[in-house]
Write a protein that binds this ligand. Structure first.
Ligand code: FAS
Ligand code: PHB
Length: 394
């Protein structure tokens, strides 16, 4: 059994968008990092996840030097559609919030980040096992992990836990230090990808007596659709025909009539949960992204809130190495959590508005319709929704 030791300034656990974006931004400031990823690159790139980017994330990808394809292939959306039954209305992001979003899949963001790291000679170790963070609460942390038959060690100044909800980083913070907040939703999202033209050039967030549906896309000939489904469902329970039939029953009839269906090239179910762990820092360990918080995907805030975490940590670490100040890293957790909780609120509000809950009373249904009517007719309500959707300031 061999042993190897590497040294870096920032050890990053997790080669998803959080870890890769942080590594690339640190690189632009001459700060060295090593990324440890449990899976292979192909496995990471096979995940189908977020589809909507806030301007803040676009700006960071520009600063990281990997936004060219995003600007060439991404779709700028100035608004979204919201429908209930056959009623449909538009939230005008430009008019209500003076901003837009970009539709460009998380898979492509991750692909661009991998390309940028490789071009910069960034160190990424794939297929790692048994990652353990040592002495995070001291001043000289280190990481051990297994790769093949070898036990390896990384000596570092800081550890960024970007290893998602099921990672090791959050668990490294002692339970006595951690406070966790969670809400499990009594339904999931069944999502499919189909090589068909999108039913509308903007997203449609739809609700109906039968439940929620979302019509999204990746480009002009690749559509992404979701329907709310039971937690006891599995993808195999749904034929493509059954999916399309149910989706048609949840969107306005003229949209259902013009919907182009086709075979699913990906089909999966995501459970919905709201989750936050506090604090997001313990000594020299900083949590970023899904390692620290989860939102139901309704508000498209998962990836975009990981981005603001990365921004605050990048600023803090840069100030530490450039100006020898700890103010940025000392305020990281409070700053990141300030924006995290606003994203949690918006995602919870938008999910509560659009989904059918098993135990809903007639009054609850009336409240949902009244809230939708208020959103459809009230400018202030639309401003609030638009400002949250395009992304609150960092
Ligand atoms: P990620 O989970 O993306 O990346 C963490 C990485 O760490 C993974 O590659 C993992 O393999 C690795 N890792 C884990 N443990 C490790 C260990 N011990 N050692 C080394 N590496 C380890 N957000 C939206 O905005 N819209 C959506 O539609 C949407 N859909 C989603 C569907 C699913 C099924 C899931 C799980 C999430 C979805 N999200 C969505 C949220 C998602 O986009 C996340 O917010 C985003 O992936 C966060 O990125 P990371 O923080 O990098 O975490
Ligand atoms: C997607 O395109 O996958 C998508 C878009 C918006 C959401 C969730 C998912 O709110």
């Amino acid at each position: 059994m061999g042993k190897s030791t590497m040294k870096t300034q920032v050890a990053i656990i997790g080669g998803g968008p959080s870890g890769l974006l942080l590594a690339q931004l640190l690189h632009t400031k001459g700060i060295d990092s090593i990324v440890l990823e449990r899976k292979t690159k192909d496995y990471v790139l096979r995940r189908i996840r977020a589809g909507v980017l806030e301007q803040g994330l676009v700006k960071m990808l520009e600063e990281a030097g990997c936004a060219d394809r995003l600007h060439a292939e991404g779709f700028v959306h100035d608004g979204t559609q919201v429908s209930y039954g056959d009623e449909i209305f538009r939230i005008d992001f430009k008019a209500r919030a003076g901003a837009s979003v970009v539709v460009y899949g998380q898979t492509e963001v991750t692909r661009d980040l991998y390309a940028a790291r490789e071009a910069a000679g960034g160190r990424i170790v794939f297929d790692v096992e048994d990652v353990v963070i040592h002495d995070a609460d001291g001043t000289v942390p280190h990481i051990t992990y297994r790769k093949g038959g070898d036990v390896c060690r990384i000596d570092c100044d800081f550890v960024a836990g970007c290893d998602g909800f099921h990672g090791v980083s959050r668990q490294t913070i002692p339970l006595a230090v951690r406070r966790e907040y969670e809400k499990i939703y009594p339904f999931g999202w069944l999502g499919i990808l189909s090589e068909t033209p999108p039913v509308h050039h903007e997203l449609i967030y739809a609700t109906s007596k039968r439940g929620f549906a979302l019509c999204s896309m990746r480009n002009d000939h690749l559509s992404r659709y979701y329907i709310q489904c039971s937690l006891s469902d599995s993808p195999g329970d749904w034929t493509d025909a059954a999916f399309w039939e149910e989706l048609k029953r949840r969107i306005p009839v003229d949209m259902a009539d013009s919907l182009v269906t086709g075979p699913s090239i990906e089909k999966s179910i995501a459970p919905l949960r709201s989750f936050v762990t506090e604090p997001m820092r313990w000594g020299r360990l900083f949590l970023c992204g899904d390692a620290a918080h989860i939102v139901p995907p309704t508000g498209a805030k998962g990836l975009n809130t990981a981005a603001s975490d990365v921004y605050y940590l990048y600023q803090g670490l840069t100030a530490f190495y450039r100006d020898n100040t700890t103010d940025g890293i000392d305020t990281y957790s409070a700053k990141a959590l300030g924006r995290v909780w606003k994203a949690e609120r918006f995602s919870w509000w938008f999910s509560s508005l659009l989904h059918r809950y098993p135990d809903q009373s007639e009054f609850d249904l009336k409240m949902q319709i009244a809230e939708l009517e208020f959103l459809r007719t009230n400018e202030a309500a639309q401003v609030a929704m638009a400002q949250n959707y395009v992304g609150l300031p960092y």
